[in-house]
Write a protein that binds this ligand. Structure first.
Ligand code: ADP
Ligand code: ZN
Ligand code: ZN
Length: 830
């Protein structure tokens, strides 16, 4: 029996006598549930297995998280079915997910749901089947529709109501089914549905004879059956073929194979062939560069820690283009040589195709890729390749932090500051922080890399909590790009509203030299909003308290929060005046303006609208890489880690828009965005240039970015944080209360605020801000209120929240029709 290595509560040593399984189910329940294990399953039940258990009238998927011989609950139900022979979840994954559940204050079962790929999910439903007695006695069946139903079930086995309605073409079959049930002809039962995702099987033809006999048979067949002879000839080249490949060579192969199988010369079998996700490595990979001194030094430090299995987090602070990725790859090489595995987290994998290619060129089939852009089947296969040890490096976005890697030696978090590591739905975890905990639990080395580390991370490095390594220069002494800040107030003519004269001239020069440029505008669509010139009305989303964004391409107004959209009105909805005008810039408008200014330039746009289709990101970036795009306009997507040597110019249109967001990290986000997008310029032989247009040239985020001065920015900003008691000097939790009813949202939130306030009053170093209406006061038809809890330590924060929530959940009446979400270490405040 495996010991799960958890605390005593869930890891009671399993033994032959374990009669109770503790099961975390995928439902919002506070604790795992106890179930009796049926006698015949007692010896085979193991921690980490998936099981089906009854909850109320339903059967749901759960995971065994502990075994025990007794339970405090008297009248226990039995578990229905054990779904795995060997545990799907390793003790390490159970330990990690349990930590997440406790730290982020969410149910363990829901963390497991997020950790396990969709393809392993099992669904159950109510199924109607013929009673055995009815099966034997068809003469007694009723006529008409009822008879048809029974006939169908007799042939096809149990069916769901919905499926019966569909195949028999009956709109509402429920009354009929009830009647048949009463008559004792039908049985209504919960049944597990066939999994949607299954191993992919292919047909394979395999020789069964020794080579000499194949050769004799082939000779013999040449006269009698040329097609069989031809198949045998091909099988002499290679004794095993996929049927599809064989048929491509010899169109008549299937028939010939059938006859050869009848002679027992070949066999035809179904074998699993995993879905291919990772691209094939290039035939000619360029040799790895020689590390420069800073890289060598950093690698040396990481190597020492790998040897010592020291999981003190390592910050690799390296300016853009300083060769961080090369250091990651060398470190992974060392971990693999030690027989260990590696986990690489990247912010949004769709945007880091190039990085995956570099890894594949170096490590080929050792790599598995995990991210939400894969189909359920692809994810299922990549996960299993890792679990069985065939792949030893997992690269992926946020949820790859749960990759089933055994013997983990190294964890890399690239662009560790990126907000996409934070999941904005339950479980609201930050994959960067989970990665640190995972590394500590498995005694692996964890490296956080960035050119613009999060303030919290840099603070930890400064204070000695993390090891600090730096790559202060670009590789091969390439200079960082020169940055010019353009005061848009001085370029106010209508012609210069979008692209100022200096930026215009720089683009013209860039195009003349046949170099490429990126133009960043951090809003998609054509204009921020439409406004009536007569009455001032701005069309709002019907479901959220935000104005709708104008998309001129398809003449619609879209909500960027809930995706609601409708045709743009021709006249003002409030006063019917025909004077609705677009205000504020978006990517579409910038693209149009640029196309008008540079009619022969090849333009492309990259934002959420142009990248909805699968692999659309890759297509745009490949085209950029091939040189077929001169100007790429886009949102923050274009700022991410791309490494294209022919990009020499980066323009930022209206840089300060992000400062308007009510978020204490807004200046930090702006600094990061500017530094990252600037980092795309001048990575090749030619010098790079950046133009930042802004109405607030004096803002310190812009000034520090202009001088590539991260330490300076940190020094200033961290003092503001200290003065305001914000992270890294405090810990935060945000509590959101929402409801479809505006009065309920407010009342429940005020009541919960009072519960929290009572606890906080007795605890030093805790403060409550709010409750107040959230800046995004309505989202998806739910009204939202929020409050912030600030604490000196994470322990105090958790203690207070746990107790307050427990108290709140006891008084359900007060929370009627309202929902509470707790967000620990929040990154958005809207
Ligand atoms: P970062 O991740 O810090 O932005 P990269 O690792 O992408 O930087 O490196 C930028 C480019 O420099 C890549 O094309 C990489 O192959 C190359 N490179 C990395 N290290 C060296 C080196 N020591 N000498 C020459 N080129 C290097
Ligand atoms: Zn109007
Ligand atoms: Zn909306």
């Amino acid at each position: 029996m495996q010991h799960s290595g958890l605390g005593a509560q869930f890891a009671l040593e399993g033994s032959e006598t374990s009669a109770i399984a503790q099961v975390a189910v995928e439902l919002p329940l506070e604790t795992p549930l106890d179930y009796r294990i049926p006698q015949d399953l007692r010896t085979s039940c193991q921690v980490g297995q998936r099981v089906l258990v009854p909850v109320g009238k339903r059967q749901v998927l759960g995971y065994i998280v502990g075994l025990a011989s007794t339970s405090a609950v008297a009248d226990l139900k039995e578990l229905v079915e054990v779904l795995d022979d060997t545990p799907l979840l390793t003790p390490a994954l159970l330990q990690l997910t349990r930590w997440i559940a406790e730290y982020y204050l969410c149910p363990w079962g829901q963390v497991l749901k997020a950790a396990v790929p969709e393809g392993f999910r099992v669904q159950t439903d109510v199924v109607y089947a013929l009673m055995a007695t009815a099966q034997d006695n068809p003469q007694a069946w009723p006529q008409g529709r009822a008879g048809e139903v029974l006939e169908y079930l007799a042939h096809h086995g149990g069916q769901r109501q919905h499926d019966l309605e569909r195949v028999l073409g009956v709109p509402d079959i429920a009354p009929l089914l009830r009647r048949l049930q009463h008559q004792g002809l039908l049985l209504r039962q919960q049944q597990r549905l066939a999994p949607k995702t299954q191993p992919r099987l292919v047909t394979v033809v395999r020789v069964c004879l020794p080579p000499a006999e194949v050769s004799v048979l082939q000779q013999h067949m040449q006269q009698r059956s040329p097609s069989q002879a031809a198949v045998l000839a091909v099988l002499q080249e290679q004794p095993e073929w996929e049927m599809a490949a064989l048929r491509q060579r010899l169109p008549g192969a299937p028939a010939a194979v059938k006859r050869l199988a009848a002679r027992a010369a070949v066999e035809v079998v179904q074998v699993e062939k995993m879905r291919a996700v990772v691209p094939a490595p290039p035939r000619l990979a360029s040799p790895p560069p020689t590390l420069n001194q800073a890289q060598q030094q950093a690698l040396g430090q990481i190597e020492t820690r790998l040897a010592a299995a020291d999981s003190t987090p390592v910050l690799l602070y390296g300016v853009t283009g300083s060769g961080k990725t090369e250091v990651y790859m060398r470190a992974i090489g060392i971990a693999l040589r030690q027989g260990k595995t590696a986990l690489v987290l990247v912010p949004e994998i769709a945007l880091t195709d190039q990085l995956v290619e570099r890894f594949v060129a170096r490590f080929a089939s050792h790599i598995a890729v995990l991210h939400s852009g894969l189909s359920a089947g692809e994810r299922f296969d990549e996960w299993r390749r890792l679990a069985c040890g065939e792949a030893r490096i997992a690269i992926g976005a946020r949820s790859a932090v749960f990759a089933p890697l055994a013997n983990l030696g190294l964890v890399i978090v690239d662009e560790e500051h990126d907000t996409s590591y934070k999941q904005e739905e339950t479980p609201r975890y930050n994959a960067r922080d989970v990665a640190i905990v995972r590394a500590q639990q498995s005694r692996a080395v964890v490296v956080l890399g960035s050119a613009t580390p999060a303030l919290e991370t840099f603070h930890n490095a400064r204070s000695g909590k993390y090891l600090s390594l730096s790559l202060p220069q670009r590789v091969e002494d390439k200079p960082l790009p020169g940055i010019t800040v353009i005061d848009q107030r001085a370029h106010a003519t209508p012609n210069e509203r979008v692209i100022s004269t200096p930026l215009y001239q720089a683009i013209a020069t860039c195009l003349q030299r046949q170099e490429q440029c990126l133009i960043l505008i951090n809003r998609r669509g054509f204009a921020a909003y439409l406004q009536c010139r007569d009455c001032g009305a701005v069309p709002q989303c019907a479901h959220c308290s935000v104005s709708l964004t104008y998309h001129r391409r398809d003449r619609t107004l879209k909500c960027h929060y809930c995706d609601f959209s409708h045709p743009a009105p021709a006249v003002c909805p409030a006063c019917s005046s025909p004077t609705l005008r677009p205000f504020g810039l978006g990517t579409q408008q910038v693209e149009e303006v640029l196309q008008a200014l540079f009619p022969t330039a090849r333009l492309a746009r990259m934002d959420r609208d142009t990248t909805r289709a699968k692999a659309a990101h890759q297509r745009i970036l490949r085209t950029l890489g091939s040189g077929a795009i001169d100007i790429l306009v886009g949102t923050q997507m274009i700022a991410k880690g791309h490494d294209y040597p022919n990009i020499t110019l980066v323009g930022v249109v209206s840089a300060d828009a992000t400062l308007a967001i009510p978020d204490f990290r807004a200046p930090e986000r702006l600094f990061q965005l500017l530094t990252q997008v600037a980092g795309r310029a001048g990575r090749g032989p030619a010098y790079g240039q950046v133009f930042i247009q802004t109405y607030r040239p004096e803002h310190y985020s812009i000034a520090f970015a202009q001088h590539h001065d991260f330490p300076g920015f940190f020094h200033d900003e961290v003092q503001r944080r200290q003065a305001m008691l914000y992270p890294p000097y405090t810990r935060l939790a945000r509590v959101i209360v929402d409801s479809p009813d505006t009065a309920r949202a407010e009342a429940a939130s005020r009541w919960l605020g009072a519960v929290l306030q009572r606890r906080i009053a007795h605890t030093p170093h805790l403060t409550l801000l709010g409750p107040a209406e959230a800046p995004l006061a309505k989202l998806n038809d739910r009204y939202r209120w929020h409050m912030l809890v600030k604490a000196a330590s994470s322990r105090a924060l958790h203690q207070c929240l746990k107790e307050a929530l427990a108290e709140a959940h006891q008084d359900r009446e007060q929370l009627r029709a309202a929902r509470i979400s707790v967000d620990i270490d929040p990154v958005t405040f809207l």
